[in-house]
Design a protein around this ligand. Structure first.
Ligand SMILES: Cc1ncc(COP(=O)(O)O)c(C=O)c1O
Length: 389
């Protein structure tokens, strides 16, 4: 099988009479019935009806084949957003009386949606993101578990392998949200996850210009079930957005490598800075998460998100937040632009003070997503802003 970066470029499997190198944008809502007498539809390459683009679309299929190749899965489904993918996973496994377990530190909307399902009789169990506590809270009655290998905003690394092993013993389907780690660092299906899930909006699309999500599966039954949910929820990705994401993925490896290397350099720079109290990045030699990262990640790379506390409190953090020039204050991550968030206003916005304290989300904490700018410019930008506080 070709290696990962080759699969990222050539794995779309699209062929047509023009022999176009790029899969074209099939901007169509409907496909003609080939058989006007029986109304039988044509089938897509994986045997689903090809009659309506809420169900299947050739450009989206091209992206799905790439994603399946990157994650070494059987197949995949692309959605209009990461949250649409998460919704389909929840719908497929949860019903009244079910319990779902997710980390307290997982993506805000992932957690909110799980809690909101309470009105349909689903119970949401929250666990600390540490591997130990997550393992302790698992039991055979849980219908679904979800983890993020790299947490946000504290950038902890979770031992997905251990969690998947225990979920396997207990028969719990495990969703691994691989958005921060990407297939470059981790292939969750190879570690025992039920499905791998992505917000494609982040590293995979990579340019802060498109929203998308995906689920990669290992078996036909899950594919069929999630495909049905996507059809009913109406949450398939659009062909144009699929085209943009295909283009983004073709440069994933070079982008991600550079972003990770710059993140390590910036983390080391901040560690030595007198105005910085503490830096959180699993690639730092003394990070408590380096050992588990080295165990579960395929490469000696540690992602491109880091967090740090400035000396002082809210006033100093916001001063820095407002005085950066190259780095933009904006949510999201994984794109070419470096972005800074103030977790109290973003990831932890809906958390009560007790939960924030427990997770270490203080008023002087900032989160940085490293983009593709020259790392010296990023350091200078941070240095100048820090000198002002
Ligand atoms: C880890 C993670 N999962 C899922 C999502 C949701 O993805 P989207 O914004 O594409 O719906 C996000 C968004 O920030 C995320 O960070």
């Amino acid at each position: 099988m070709p290696r990962q970066s080759t699969r990222a470029i050539h794995g779309h499997g699209h062929e047509d009479e023009w022999r176009a190198v790029k899969p074209p944008i099939y901007q169509t809502a409907v496909y003609e019935h080939p058989d006007r007498l029986t109304g039988r539809s044509r089938k897509s390459d994986r045997g689903f009806d090809l009659k309506y683009s809420r169900e299947e679309n050739p450009t989206v299929r091209a992206l799905e084949r790439i994603l399946a190749g990157l994650e070494e899965g059987l197949d995949s489904l692309a959605f209009g957003s990461g949250m649409a993918a998460i919704s389909a996973a929840y719908f497929s496994k949860l019903r009244a009386g079910s319990r779902i377990i997710i980390p307290k530190e997982c993506y805000g909307a992932t957690q909110e949606l799980a809690r909101n399902l309470g009105k349909f009789g689903v119970e949401c169990v929250l666990a600390r993101s540490d591997t130990g506590e997550f393992l302790e809270k698992l039991d055979g009655g849980i219908a679904l578990a979800l983890v993020e290998p790299i947490t946000n905003p504290m950038v902890r690394v979770v031992d997905v392998e251990e969690i998947a092993r225990r979920c396997g013993e207990l028969g719990i389907p495990l969703v691994v949200d691989n958005t921060f780690s990407t297939p470059i660092l981790l292939n969750p299906l190879k570690r025992g996850a039920w499905i791998a899930l992505h917000s494609l909006t982040k590293y995979l699309a990579g340019h802060n210009d498109v929203i998308g999500g995906a689920i990669i599966v290992e078996d036909r039954e899950t594919l069929q079930e999630l495909w049905e949910w996507r059809r009913k929820l109406g949450s398939i990705l659009s062909p144009f957005d699929a085209f943009l994401i295909i283009r983004g993925i073709s440069t994933l490896e070079v982008r991600f490598e550079k972003q990770c290397r710059s993140a390590l350099e910036i983390a080391e720079y901040l560690v030595d800075h007198p105005k910085v109290e503490e830096v959180y990045y699993p690639g730092l030699a003394d990070s408590p998460y380096k050992r588990v990262a080295d165990k579960i990640f395929r490469r000696r790379l540690y992602g491109a998100v880091l967090s740090f506390r400035v000396r002082g409190g809210r006033r100093e953090a916001l001063k820095l937040f407002r005085s950066l020039k190259v780095i933009k204050p904006a949510p999201s991550l994984g794109g070419v632009e470096s972005l800074l968030t103030y977790p109290i206003w973003s990831a932890a916005k809906n958390m009560d003070p007790e939960q924030r304290r427990e997770l270490g989300i203080t008023e002087n904490l900032l989160r940085l997503s490293i983009g593709l700018e020259d790392v010296e410019d990023l350091k200078e930008d941070l240095g100048e802003a820090l000198s002002r506080i």
